[in-house]
Ligand binder design. Structure first.
Ligand SMILES: Nc1ncnc2c1ncn2[C@@H]1O[C@H](COP(=O)(O)OP(=O)(O)OP(=O)(O)O)[C@@H](O)[C@H]1O
Length: 481
């Protein structure tokens, strides 16, 4: 008995709480078989709880953080995961250890798709403002004369072709600049007179629609009475008429390939439930993190991908471009401070901070790099009311200003295993990494700091950077709290 409750009552109470949480909850055994799933998790996966229990978690959540918990037997905190149904989740997953025995894991997660969408809309507005104020719109693209040189030549051709503008496809991992490039192409089209000054740029994330019918109505519009309660509604194709239609995450349109092909071939669309054909003249830029050649039927792909623009991930960009990006983000920060407060800010980076910022892994590419740089500058600048001279300010961003905990855990692991590839075989890698972690923790308990630990490990043949060690220590401390 506890506080007058029987233990069965407490179990029922916990079950009611878990079932009513707005976060999803999954519990798996050590083989990944689902033992408990709450209502929200089943709703996210679009199946019933009964269908999930007893099945392997990867069937419903192929990239589940719990798979890493089972593999590494360590918590996975604040993981941002995109599942195949294009929903984005923030996940926290933990090992389940009962009587010192590892018996499985549990995870809580919440859908952040809408929040991400809003953030992107704000980014988009910022981009429009920035691009409207410069002469050569491609100047704002770091890598212009380096890794993006060919992409820029192709995108200029796509827009400025003598025979009229062409549709194009942009591919690249998340955060590599697909939306940014599409915006630049739109502004370029206006600058060279291919589009009128007031031409629209309509952006749609095709993966945001929960079902294909809603997507069709949004994109092609609907006629009154087409289905119960339907109203006359213009679709995005019509709204983009005379301008550019940016189909982001275009792979999610796989259910509408024929109607899309017809629209492109004939330059006409028919609203859902409508008979009338409506002329539409739009430049389509379709973007995706997936290879659209494998998703779309060849006729459609050929029509869309008259120019294929492939953006490289940040890790494949030369160091010189990373440095330019770092400067670019710092200058943008300075401009933002000047516009808001009239203060001339000058941002410098210590060598150490630069070294860390330029060398850690950014799985979400340039967007994540920019966010980490901004957060580091945020940490280095004083609060507005603490500034003595409100006209100018100079700050130095140091290593301790970098929010190491927002750089991902998995990658610190991956990087260290990459560094030691020559000395380890993949079969013993996990065990090996566990031992290194223990070694780091015990050296830290003895009072050694990250730099000293890096030196000791280096002498033992393990090539780990001190910031990777600082990161692991910070993470371990957070897990303890
Ligand atoms: N070449 C570049 N030069 C300068 N900044 C860039 C460049 N590419 C991307 N960025 C910056 O990175 C941010 C994220 O890029 P963007 O939103 O275009 O990525 P994305 O590939 O569309 O991502 P997602 O697949 O997640 O939609 C941009 O807002 C911009 O600030």
């Amino acid at each position: 008995m506890e506080f007058g409750f029987k233990s069965e009552d407490i179990i029922s109470m916990f079950k009611i709480i878990l079932d009513n949480l707005r976060e999803g909850v999954n519990i798996v055994d050590e083989n990944g078989i689902l033992m408990y799933v709450n209502k929200t998790s089943a709703e996210y996966a679009k199946v019933s709880i009964e269908e999930m229990i007893g099945q392997h978690i990867s069937k419903f959540y192929p990239k589940a953080a719990l798979l890493d918990v089972l593999k590494y037997k360590k918590p996975q905190l604040d993981q941002k995961i995109d599942h195949h149904n294009e929903k984005k989740y923030i996940v926290n997953a933990f090992p389940l250890i009962i009587n010192d025995k590892f018996v499985g894991g549990f995870a809580t997660f919440r859908d952040v798709t809408e929040i991400e969408e809003l953030i992107k809309k704000i980014e988009h507005l910022e981009m429009q403002v920035a691009l409207n104020t410069i002469d050569d719109v491609f100047d704002n693209l770091i890598g212009k004369s380096g890794s993006l040189k060919n992409v820029i030549i192709k995108s200029q051709k796509a827009i400025g072709s003598l025979a009229g503008p062409r549709h194009s496809v942009i591919t690249g991992e998340s955060g590599t600049g697909k939306t940014y490039l599409a915006n630049i192409m739109y502004h370029y089209a206006k600058k060279i007179g291919v589009l009128k000054e007031d031409a629209s740029f309509i952006e749609v994330n095709c993966a945001q629609f929960t079902n294909p019918d809603i997507a069709a109505i949004e994109i092609f519009g609907s006629e009154k009475g087409a289905f119960t309660g339907s109203l006359e509604k213009k679709g995005l194709f019509e709204l983009a008429n005379g301008g550019m239609l940016f189909l982001d995450e275009a792979h999610a349109l796989e259910h509408h390939q024929t109607i899309l092909l017809k629209a492109i071939e004939s330059g006409k669309i028919r609203r859902i439930g409508g008979r009338k054909e409506i002329n539409v003249n739009v430049i389509i830029v379709a973007a995706s993190t997936q290879d659209l050649k494998k998703v779309f039927i060849p006729e459609l792909y050929q029509r869309l991908a008259q120019y294929e623009l492939k953006l490289p991930p940040l890790r494949e960009r030369p160091m010189k471009e990373r440095e330019e990006l770092l400067q670019f983000f710092a200058i943008n920060y300075e401009k933002c401070v000047y516009n808001r407060n009239g203060i001339s800010l000058r941002v410098n980076f210590s060598n150490e901070a630069k070294d860390i910022l330029l060398n850690v892994n950014y799985p979400r590419n340039i967007r994540q790099f920019r966010d980490v740089v901004n957060a580091s500058i945020d940490a280095a600048v004083p609060l507005i009311n603490d500034i003595y001279d409100k006209r100018k300010l100079e700050v130095v961003v140091n290593a301790e200003n970098i929010p190491i905990d927002i750089i991902e855990f998995k990658d610190a692991f991956r990087e260290s295993s990459e560094c030691n590839k020559n000395t380890t075989s993949s079969s013993i890698e996990n065990e090996y990494l566990g031992i290194i972690d223990q070694l780091i923790l015990s050296l830290n308990e003895k009072g050694y700091g990250p730099r000293k630990i890096a030196k000791i490990l280096n002498n033992k043949g393990f090539d780990l950077k001190y910031y990777q060690i600082a990161y692991k220590l910070k993470k371990a401390k957070l897990n303890k709290e």
